[in-house]
Design a protein around this ligand. Structure first.
Ligand code: NAG
Ligand code: NAG
Length: 589
């Protein structure tokens, strides 16, 4: 049995008086070149298990990050300010501006690309994920936002398409995770907000029945892709049995809700098995590397980070606990364990403004089967979900009372809850700092200065965009692709604090999107270089603009009784599901 299973609820509170933050100056210098990806070509051999054995024996991370301990003693409601007045009524002009933007985006898609999975607003055309034809990726991802915004005409059109044109009989390989969070998640929310229009549940069930084939592996971890027509799971080319941790662990809210709606336990049991496997695979550090083996259910030695391939693993630990109306303490324990690990090993402070940021660790092979962990001082925009998530968690797993006031006071939260609340609000400030660019938009990836990194310190910020020297040739890191994570955190933070600063932040971001991403003839596009006010656009409007970015902005400016956080849980694509008390219990602890 792993350490975590022995740990009793609340044990964190008792033992965790001190919050450790890692002092960047004590860390090993990052090397100049990004090492070769560990999983280049040799994956098949999986020598990994021997090394993994050694890995399990060492307390490598603490050794690596010989840390200075600093204690969070001061309690603040939000850093830098105290909330004076909590006003949760809608800001109607701003809310309506968001609705207008949504209509501008949808109208262009409907005009140029209805029925296609993806939309390119500059060329004014659509494309599909596979050559087998569309599955309603774009449309289904947009429906619940229409319902929430009350857009009747748009809704009728989308619903008609689902009822008359949508088909999953597609002979192509679709990503298990993306299809689940966007299409299955979208259908389930649409079903809820339509007052149980049976067409949405019928489609959801058809899709889920096809997706279940992914789970047919020795460990029960799902394959990354599914051929929807053939109903078979498909491996990534060249990477047999490799699954990404986040992709395996971000299907549970959807499948559990479907089980609840249909009274069919099968969906839930498949998804639940994954959580059991992940729990059993726990490493001594409590951190989750980004890859697992679908053969043996173990973690593979691979990057440790909070961004891509890992982010929503942490998000769904908390949200599974919330979705089940706090009846399944196993998720609470897993979540608390993970947040503890993050605080121990991945949080750092910037060298100039001392902002809180999160690092990545890359495994390095050394002779004699050793592994060194190399600090990678970069934070994906994706990590910006974590600020809001930590604050939400603080009011749930970190609360001393079932229903915390808004904003919470120090005595409402446990020690871990206070820690998470503080870190969460600090991370939101850091994410907002990455929007402090000539366009007012944040880069896809921010690198942070660390002591002795030999870099020239440009500007006042703790971070920079790596390799972005020439305006003609912006680096990949410099783009903003309409991502939602920061406004998601702003929405949650506003609902939990009532602090108007979060609405102000959200409005600034929205205005920057309007100024730099809006395509006059319809739709919104990604921007290639956030540090250049003359930047070119990339001809793509991601579906998460419809499902997440504009929904969270709309909710930020709505009255707080629209989708209250204690009654709804948002899937990782921002599709809200109601909280329920399950009759099916999780079969492990
Ligand atoms: C995408 O799929 C839809 C639905 O099958 C089809 O109507 C459309 O023509 C396809 N688009 C392209 C660009 O092939
Ligand atoms: C959640 O649990 C609480 C406390 O047991 C109960 O009062 C409430 O009705 C439950 N909510 C739902 C949606 O089941």
């Amino acid at each position: 049995m792993s350490e975590a299973t022995l740990r009793k609820r609340g044990a964190l509170d008792a033992t965790d008086d001190d919050v450790e933050t890692v002092d960047a100056s004590k860390l090993e210098q990052p090397r100049k070149h990004r090492p070769r990806p560990f999983f280049s070509k040799t994956l098949g051999s999986l020598v990994v298990s021997i090394i993994l054995f050694l890995w399990l024996q060492t307390d490598f991370l603490q050794n690596l990050l010989g840390s200075r301990i600093s204690t969070v003693k001061e309690w603040e409601v939000v850093p830098g300010g105290v909330v004076r007045q909590v006003d949760f009524s809608a800001d109607i002009p701003k809310r309506d501006a968001i609705v207008k933007a949504f209509k501008h985006a949808w109208a262009a898609y409907e005009r140029d690309a209805m029925g296609n999975d993806e939309y390119h607003p500059i060329e004014k055309k659509g494309s599909n994920l596979t050559e087998a034809g569309g599955i309603g990726y774009f449309i289904v991802d947009s429906i619940d936002t229409m319902q929430i915004m009350g857009l009747q005409e748009e809704y009728e059109s989308a619903r008609n398409w689902v009822a008359n044109k949508q088909s999953f009989e597609r002979d192509g390989n679709f990503n298990t995770f993306e299809t689940t969070i966007r299409v299955l998640g979208g259908l389930l929310s649409a079903y809820h907000f339509s007052d149980d229009d049976p067409i949405f549940l019928e489609r959801a069930q058809d899709l889920a029945d096809r997706l279940l084939s992914a789970f047919d592996t020795p460990s029960g971890l799902p394959k990354p892709m599914v051929n929807l027509k053939m109903r078979t799971g498909v491996n990534d080319a060249g990477y047999a049995s490799l699954v990404s941790t986040a992709e395996a662990s971000t299907l549970q809210l959807e499948l559990r809700y479907l089980s609840f709606l249909t009274d069919n336990d099968e969906y839930w049991h498949k998804a639940e098995k994954v959580m059991k496997v992940i729990k059993a695979a726990r490493l001594p550090s409590g951190l989750a590397p980004i890859y697992m083996s679908a053969d043996n259910g173990q973690f593979l030695i691979s990057d440790i980070r909070l961004g891509s391939r890992s982010d929503s693993y942490y998000e769904y630990l908390l949200k599974q606990y919330i979705q089940t109306n706090r009846t399944e303490s196993v998720y609470r324990e897993m979540y608390e364990d993970a947040m503890q690990a993050i605080h121990k090993t991945l949080l750092l402070k910037g060298v100039k403004k001392h902002m809180t940021w999160t690092a990545e660790l890359l495994p390095q092979h050394r002779p004699a089967n050793q592994i060194d962990w190399q600090l990678q001082p970069k934070q994906d925009h994706l990590v910006c979900f974590l600020g809001g998530s930590l604050m939400l968690g603080a009011t749930v797993t970190g609360a001393r009372v079932r229903s915390v006031p808004i904003p919470p006071t120090a005595s409402d939260l446990s020690i871990a809850g206070k820690r998470d609340w503080m870190t969460g609000s600090q991370l939101i400030e850091t994410c907002m700092d990455t929007y402090d660019t000539p366009t007012g938009l944040a880069p896809e990836i921010a690198h942070f200065y660390v002591p002795d990194d030999g870099r020239e310190r440009v500007g006042e910020q703790d971070w920079y965009i790596k390799g972005n020297e020439s305006p003609d040739n912006p680096s990949y890191d410099a783009r903003y692709i309409l991502r939602p994570e920061t406004v998601e955190s702003l929405f949650i933070a506003f609902r939990l604090t009532g602090d108007i600063r979060y609405r102000d932040y959200g409005w600034k971001i929205f205005q920057a999107i309007e100024k730099y991403c809006r395509v006059e003839t319809g739709g919104y596009a990604s921007i290639l270089d956030v540090s250049n006010a003359q930047s070119k656009l990339e001809d793509k409007m991601e579906t998460f603009l419809m499902s997440e970015t504009l929904k969270y902005l709309y909710l930020l400016f709505s009255d707080a009784n629209v989708l209250p956080l204690n009654e709804y849980v948002f899937n990782t694509e921002a599709h809200p599901f109601p909280v329920f008390t399950p009759s099916i219990r999780t079969g492990f602890s």
